[in-house]
Design a protein. Sequence first.
Length: 222
Amino acid sequence: MTIRVLLVDDQPLLRVAFSLVLGSQPDMEVAGEAEDGAEAVRLVAEGRVDVVLMDVRMPGMDGIEATSLIVAANPDTKVLILTTFDLDEYAFAGLRAGASGFLLKNAQPDELLAAIRSVAAGDAVVAPRITRRLLDTFASQLPTDGGHRARAEEVVEVLTARERSVLVLLARGLSNAEVAAELNLAEATVKTHVSRILLKLGLRDRVQAVVFAYENRLVLPS
């Protein structure tokens, strides 16, 4: 099935560049373009959109609010946050709003295309090193109240010791392959643990698992 991608950015040149990259792929097509969040919400509601490439800093409705509205109303539509990362605290907020991952705007075309395909297939895009840096940078925004500590204790009881180890390593930015090497497991076994973690915690994907671990202080920024 062709992956229909909506491009959301207030810079026309960037939309053109992304459109050219997507247009070269036989399994992708541009479902439309929007210059702000409100227009993105409207376009997703009007027709099938599989993946939204969402800028965050736009006039009017920003990408965070748009992401939250789109994901809530269209659970089959995935959102990839586009960020320059430089002082971009919105990227973390985007993940919390329901985005399936984030990419740097200067990502290589192959990286962009791979991310779109992964998200369309139901996976999440978490660049390990970027994730670690981002969460460390904005860790001060995460809650530290007793309620969250109690929630963390509940998680400890729900997950097995191995699952807790996997979750902590995910939160530190390791890929499945790196987790497998760290714990001396097969990568397929790690994928099974990740699936069970998501099921037990009621999370959608590994992005939410990373955010969850930090919010509940299961791992602290280095």
